[in-house]
Write a protein that binds this ligand. Sequence first.
Ligand code: UGA
Length: 429
Amino acid sequence: MRISIIGTGYVGTVTGTCFAHLGNEVICVDVDPSRVERMNAGIPPIYEEGLEQLLREHAGKNLKATLDYDTAIANTDISFICVPTPSDENGKIDLRFIREASRSIGRRLKDKKSYHVVVVKSTVVPGTTEQIVTPVLEEESGKKAGKDFGVGMNPEFLREGKAVHDFQHPDRIVVGADDPKAAGIIKSLYAGYSCPILEADTKTAEMIKYVSNAFLATKISFSNEVGNICKRLGIDTYKVMEGVGLDARISPHFLRSGLGFGGSCFPKDVKALVGKASEVDYEPVLLKTVLAVNDKQPEIALRILKKHIPDLRGARVAVLGLAFKDDTDDIRESRAIPLIGMLLAEGATVTAYDPMAAEFMKKVYPAIGYAKTAGDALDGADACMIATEWGEFARLNGEFARMKRRIVIDGRRMVDPRGKDIVYEGLCW
Ligand code: UGA
């Protein structure tokens, strides 16, 4: 099929490239000339495992990028809207880019003779496709949705860093559409997939995406709460969750306690769902608590550190890990941000290390120290705090000998203290 992708962020680039790899003709549209240039040269605008190889294989062949909506809409049969949906200062979803993309597509649909399907892939609050995208498309094109063109909602379930893998090996595909013709066309794109394909109306599809993320975030906050209790009881919460996760109804995933969840999705999506619930006059007690537990974890880490060093003024603290999780350079909502903020407020001197994300953290904290290796960050430190689950932290050993005081507060269960000459405390264990 001939597909256009609106927006070349991580969802758009991965979706476009993977659709091209499935044999489709893909045109990606972006407003940023440098992104378009990079895509056409086969250079991914973002880091994603396995993406560069696929992009190089298809760029300039059945995958092209352009600044020009006219070409993209005129020469394709289906468009995926993959633009960002950030939160505003109150946590409410900002749909500006969704509106702009819908307007731009709608204008081009006006003169288009053949049937075209517009699919929202961005994460949007329930009702957005029906109440914003469809009316804007109809207004700009002067045509009728469900008759002259189709509208759908096809959420993504791609983890950052593993997005290509997740696109190619999904647990399920959700096809939201308010008319059967559009649903059939979207479904046909996934004809080769063996996973379940669930059909729903667009607002149900939108809700499935939010609820999936909110549920995973809830599992993490639940594990953190249990972990905070277990630590006080002298029980190893990781053993507890291993036993709990063996129940097939619960599953072993997303039960790792520690500093909590960050990233561009969980915090934003849970907040947006809280906001939507309030709009319809419902007090989402559980979801608010999921956020509150998450916000508390860095504070608890600091409290544990202060048990060992009550006055942090002048103390040197090495913070290992800045990205919101391993295998990414993304620091959005990283738990390291509030952690470093609190350490600085207490008067500590911070030296940070991250294998990928340091350059981005320099924009948030230009005045702290940045080390080239974990060992260098630990050099002369009074304490070490582990904030990200990078595999290399599990291999640290002799490096701890470089510390002045060997106090290690582990926020991600990375270090096995056995046989190591360190004072070790886990956040929840
Ligand atoms: C998440 C979802 O996992 C994807 O399915 C979804 O498509 C994506 O959001 C999205 O909405 O686009 P992502 O934000 O890339 O993906 O990251 P995750 O791997 O889910 O991790 C999120 C955060 O939770 C990280 O900070 C991680 O450290 C933390 N986490 C994860 C825990 O604290 N404990 C766990 O057991 C698992």
